[in-house]
Design a protein around this ligand. Sequence first.
Ligand SMILES: Cc1cc2nc3c(=O)[nH]c(=O)nc-3n(C[C@H](O)[C@H](O)[C@H](O)COP(=O)(O)O)c2cc1C
Length: 172
Amino acid sequence: MKILIIFYSFEGNTKLIAENIAKTINADILELKLKKETTPKGFMKYFWGGKEAIMKTKPELLPFDKNIQDYDILFIGTPVWAWTYAPPLNTLFSTCQIVNKKIALFCCCDGQKGKTFDQMKKALENNQILGEIDFQEPLKNNTDANIQRANKWAEDKKAVAYEILQVMAKEL
Ligand SMILES: Cc1cc2nc3c(=O)[nH]c(=O)nc-3n(C[C@H](O)[C@H](O)[C@H](O)COP(=O)(O)O)c2cc1C
């Protein structure tokens, strides 16, 4: 039973969580990276990113070497942009077939996650969602406690996924 952590991170918060849970539950990791890296600063970053998120753009990603079909369990993480998930996930969802997986969702935000998880679940409707968790700026706030909370959550979700997959294997 293979586990893949897939994430996008613009400023490092989601990456911090993704890397820690990958280590804790012994999972492979796939960071989505933009082909054209843009780094607007200050207010421009909200203007640019907010517009991209609202318009549901699908920015081109750098090719990656992981095949999602090889994995049974996925953890998918994103920063919250304009109360939803970040555009690189639009590209992922529209270019990779993600079906019949056990999936846990995580996001990082500044306190207003809005409809992020609802919209991720809508995009991933042909999968079993194991749960979700959000973190508020973990690079700045209670970093160690947030990492511990993330690791414990990931271990729990892994255990649940294993139980489900074992029952399914017995039924075959
Ligand atoms: C373009 C943009 C839009 C954002 N929109 C929201 C939002 O709607 N709600 C919120 O709580 N935080 C919002 N944030 C803050 C980020 O979600 C937060 O800083 C998060 O921790 C960033 O994760 P990252 O470091 O992995 O990129 C926004 C940040 C950016 C750059």
